[in-house]
Design a protein around this ligand. Structure first.
Ligand code: PLP
Length: 426
């Protein structure tokens, strides 16, 4: 289908026809390097939208001017600041507004959701997760199991790649779910694996979990703002993601959570509560006895960290303007182009280096990230690439991760990645 060429002219033609090309101008590109920076780490920390400064300054000005009264008098009153984000974030993840809230940080939200949705009882006590999940998720899962006084080895069941393979076969996840059956309490998987870039079929996994009576939750750190998600329609029970990767919402910025509508009115669900999750109409009566708000908002503990949310708001407005459909189309085409360029360089240098793309080649099984396993002199190669101005990401033992972000990367960036890779090999 693709008739790509690894040439500057060709890359520029693709850019000329890119419906999102003007969005690149909305971002600041790093200038710390003497060479032009080729930024491919939007999967780790997204670039700063130029509007972020204005949005944060608005809150600083309102704080200066109003002090505590800013909760009500600010241009965007702080007491309800998170509500500015809800509809736009809901669109990004394919949810109804009642199913989404922006609050806290990712690992915090995973814990809060697992407190509610991991309820080992009787025989049904096990969690199924992916092997080598992101470390924070591993620790969160381990500590949840221990929190219930359960034995880790028995209760945290991992599905990993088969011997000699890099990716996890979906059929292995599904058959493990079947096998665990009524012992399975929760399936908790990263929607896109942070290391390999593999995208899992969240609908199939959710259906399989529900089929045996288990709950399905996902960590969407590498999926939100990257993958075209339909969390509501897929029937996912809960999910959480961070705002600072593909969503470009400032280092350590706020996280989002999703709780399916079917759990919106379940005040009996156990939870760790705080005043910001309390029924809004009665919150300031400050009475004892927690009454949760309906929907995802009922999981909020604290009042909004407005400065971080201001950055998030600036960014999700850009997503809203671009739309996830166009972002998804460009993601597929640009990732395919980068893949083509890497393959071409790899082929031309096959006597010298050996690259293996461990990310699935099927575009329905990945997002914007390509993980290149560089056997032999991987780290040395990566270091030279960095000296040449490429900002990519190294993961031990031998993987280079590159992610062309559809909102601000260009086809020309992908072409230059290939040229610089060639230079680094030499
Ligand atoms: C980035 C990432 C995190 C980071 O967690 P924080 O709480 O935001 O520090 C956690 N899990 C996954 C899968 C990630 O990719």
């Amino acid at each position: 289908m693709h008739q790509f060429e690894n040439s500057l002219d060709f890359a520029r033609q693709l850019d000329a026809h890119d419906p999102l090309k003007s969005f690149r101008e909305k971002f600041h590109f790093p200038t710390f390097h003497e060479k032009t920076v080729r930024y491919f780490t939007g999967n780790s920390l997204g670039l700063q939208p130029k509007t972020v400064k204005e949005y944060i300054l608005q809150e600083l000005d309102d704080w200066q001017k109003y002090g505590v009264e800013g909760h009500f008098l600010a241009k965007r009153p702080w007491y309800a600041y998170h509500e500015n984000l809800t509809d736009k974030v809901a669109k990004i993840v394919g949810a109804k507004p009642i199913e989404v809230v922006v609050t806290h940080s990712l690992t915090t939200n995973l814990h809060l959701l697992m407190v509610s949705f991991y309820q080992p009882k009787g025989k049904r006590t096990k969690i199924l997760c992916e092997a080598k999940a992101f470390p924070s998720d591993q620790y969160a899962l381990e500590s949840q199991v221990k929190f219930h006084g359960l034995n880790l080895a028995e209760h945290l069941v991992e599905v990993g790649p088969r011997d000699g393979e890099q990716l996890i076969r979906e059929e292995d996840i599904l058959s493990k779910i079947e096998e665990l059956g009524d012992e399975l309490a929760l399936v908790m998987i990263g929607g896109v694996n942070y290391y390999t870039g593999q995208l899992f079929d969240m609908k199939k996994i959710t259906d399989a979990a529900h089929g045996v009576g288990a709950i399905a939750g996902f960590d969407l750190a590498h999926a939100a703002g990257n993958i075209n998600l339909h969390l509501h329609d897929w029937g996912v029970d809960f999910a959480a993601w961070c705002g600072y990767k593909y969503l470009n919402s400032s280092p350590g910025g706020v996280s989002g959570m999703f709780v399916h509508e079917r759990h919106a009115n379940s005040p009996e669900l156990p939870r760790f509560a705080g005043w910001w999750g309390y029924d809004k109409s009665k919150r300031f009566l400050m009475e004892p006895g927690f009454i949760p708000m309906e929907g995802a908002e009922g999981w909020q503990l604290s009042n909004a960290p407005v400065l971080g949310m201001a950055a998030h708001l600036a960014s999700v407005e850009i997503f809203d303007e671009a739309g996830m459909d166009r972002i998804g189309q460009k993601r597929d085409q640009m990732t395919a182009y980068l893949e083509f360029v890497i393959d071409d360089i790899s082929e031309k240098n096959k006597d010298r280096v050996s690259f293996e793309l461990i990310t699935p080649r099927d575009k329905t099984k990945r997002g914007a990230q390509l993980s290149i396993m560089a056997k032999g002199q991987g780290k040395a190669l990566f270091d030279v690439l960095s000296d040449l101005g490429v900002v990519a990401d190294w993961r031990e033992p031998n993987v280079i991760r590159v992610a062309p972000a559809p909102l601000y990367n260009s086809y020309e960036d992908c072409y230059w990645f290939g040229q610089l890779l060639q230079e680094a090999i030499q």
